[in-house]
Structure formats: C-alpha cells, structure tokens
Ligand binder design. Structure first.
Ligand code: ISE
Length: 312
C-alpha cells in the first residue's frame, strides 16, 4: 500500500463538514486542505484553508479530491480533478443535468482510466448491502417489485418540487439500478395532495428494462423524522432494508458514509476507483431529468447514450 492519501475537500457545508469528521476515523487518509465559498465555514473544519478550489485541486500536496460543494459546481471541479489526473469522490448528484454528467463521462473516457467515484452512499449501508446479497444469491427468487419510502423532517429553504426527484429520489434511482444491475427506462410521477407551493409528497414509479417496477414515496416535509427504507419482492420471498428514524441522513447513514470513505481511500492507495462510477452518475442524472419532465407530463422515457467500454 502507498502512504496515507492526502485529501483535499471542496465544500464545508453540512456534507463536507460531516465527511471531514468521518475522515478522521478512516485509516490511511489525512485531510490536508479545505476550500469553501465561505472562508469562515472552511476554517471551522480545522484543516489548512485554500481560497480557490482549482488551486486546491492542482496542489501537488493533494493526492485526491473530495467534492461536497453545491451541485452546480460539481462538473467544473470533477473535470479539473480529471485534468490533474487525481482520483475524485463527488457527492451525489454528479451533476445537475444529464448533459453535464455526460461531459464528465466523456472526459474520463478520453483519459482512458477511471478516477471518478460518486457518493451514492446507500451502496455501503449494511442493510442495502445485505438486500443486494440476498437477491444476488437467489434467496428471493426472481425480482418483481421494490417499494421505497424516503421521508425527511423538513426541506431546506430553496428546495423545489424538482429537487424531490433530483436531490432526494436520486438515491432510490441509484439503488434501483445497483440492486437490479439494470437501467431504468421510464418514469411516472403522481402528485398527491400537498399543503403549499412545493409538490410534496410525490409518488414515483420507475420501470426497469427487465420489467421490474420500483415505486418511491418521497415526502420531504414528513415532520416526524428521517425515515428511509424499502422492501424487495421476489418470486420466492421478500426482504427489507431499514434503519432507525433519525433527525437526518448523517445519523441514519453514518456507517455507510464511513464505509464509503474507507473504500474510496483504500482504492486510491491501490490505484482503483471504487463505488458508483461516472457512468452511474450520468445514468442517475438522466433518470432524474426524465423524472422532472414526468412531474409536469405525468410520464417520460429515459434516453441513455451507449455505455462506454471503460465502465464494463
Ligand atoms: C439530501 O441531499 C440527501 O442526499 C439526503 O440523503 C436525502 O435524504 C435528502 O432528501 C436530500 O435532499
């Protein structure tokens, strides 16, 4: 193994600060730099502050980049990390549009090696990992349906109806692709009664190429707690992934975040990109984009470009 990975963090908001804290419990990594639009917030993380994220990425003292800045900034920073030849773990969503995520895929394909990992942390949650193991081992028979619940206490200021899909249901979109190792081909969105301008809750139906149906209740102002779980129904049985109801995702998925960071760091030390790929980030963005169209139109199909060989 190579020496400890020197990590540079971009973004010191809720997730960036949480990742910085978790990273302290991850053997083999050391946080050497942090950058944020708000220098005071960056300083509070407790690592040397670099004002310009592009300077942080180019710094020869930074081996790998962790991006937790606002969604709209992801593309520029991931592309800069690729240009610098550095491994990068980018929080979900990889980019706010399918076109932007595709530019990242194209840049990585042009480079000819995988450096990008996307922070879909549920792939590391023990409950979801066990569900996938049971399905893959054939314990549940052939997959038929997946029922998902995604509830938050309340939505932050500025949260839009589209963000229930792009920010929140993005996790279920990735879980569905990952659990069934398949692509989502169509999205239907139903709009239950709501209290204000925000279309909350929403009920999504994701159709996989195999015909498996995934339904997702997204309710981001459920009030009582952060409640995320699902039930997989197969031809020979069913199984659930669940966890405690917590104030927010940081507690519910604490183990998942720790395993995700550990796997990323271990991969960087041996020259492997692990976890969700840029292709996964692109496919999730394309499905979310179709979901946003379906929020207006009721139904939309998903168009993906052919999958490059780099991701097979
Ligand atoms: C937030 O961005 C997350 O990623 C959380 O996991 C999710 O539950 C929440 O709804 C999103 O807004």
């Amino acid at each position: 193994m190579n020496p400890a990975v020197r990590v540079g963090l971009i973004g010191a908001g809720v997730m960036g600060t949480d990742h910085a804290r978790t990273l302290r419990d991850v053997p083999g990594a050391t946080l050497v730099a942090v950058s944020d639009v708000d220098p005071a917030r960056a300083a509070a993380v407790g690592a040397p502050v670099v004002d310009d994220p592009l300077v942080l990425i180019a710094d020869p003292g930074v081996d790998a980049v962790l991006i937790a800045s606002s969604d709209a900034t992801h593309e520029a920073y991931v592309l800069a990390a690729l240009a610098a030849g550095k491994p990068v773990l980018c929080e979900k969503p990889l980019a706010p549009s399918a076109a932007a995520a595709r530019r990242i895929v194209e840049a990585e394909v042009a480079l000819g090696r995988r450096l990008v990992s996307v922070g879909f942390m549920r792939r590391y949650d023990p409950g979801y990992v066990e569900l996938r193991r049971a399905l893959t081992a054939g314990d549940l028979g052939d997959p038929r349906l997946l029922h998902c619940v995604h509830r938050n206490v309340s939505s932050p200021d500025g949260f839009t109806s589209s963000m229930l899909i792009t920010s929140s249901a993005g996790h279920e979109i990735d879980v569905a692709r990952w659990l069934f190792d398949d692509e989502i081909v169509a999205v239907t969105v139903h709009r239950p009664p709501r209290s204000g301008d925000l279309q909350d809750p929403q009920f999504l139906i994701l159709q996989l190429a195999s015909g498996v149906i995934v339904d997702v209740e997204v309710f981001v102002n459920a009030g009582y707690g952060y409640d995320v779980r699902c039930e997989l129904v197969g031809s020979r049985g069913w199984a659930t992934a669940s966890g405690p109801v917590t104030p927010d995702w940081r507690e519910r998925f604490a183990a998942a975040y720790r395993h995700e960071l550990q796997d990323w760091v271990d991969g960087v030390r041996v020259g492997e990109a692990r976890g969700a790929t840029a292709w996964d980030g692109y496919a999730a963005a394309a499905v979310a984009q179709a979901g946003v169209a379906a929020l207006e139109a009721g139904h939309a199909t998903v168009e993906l470009v052919p999958k490059p060989g780099l991701y097979n």
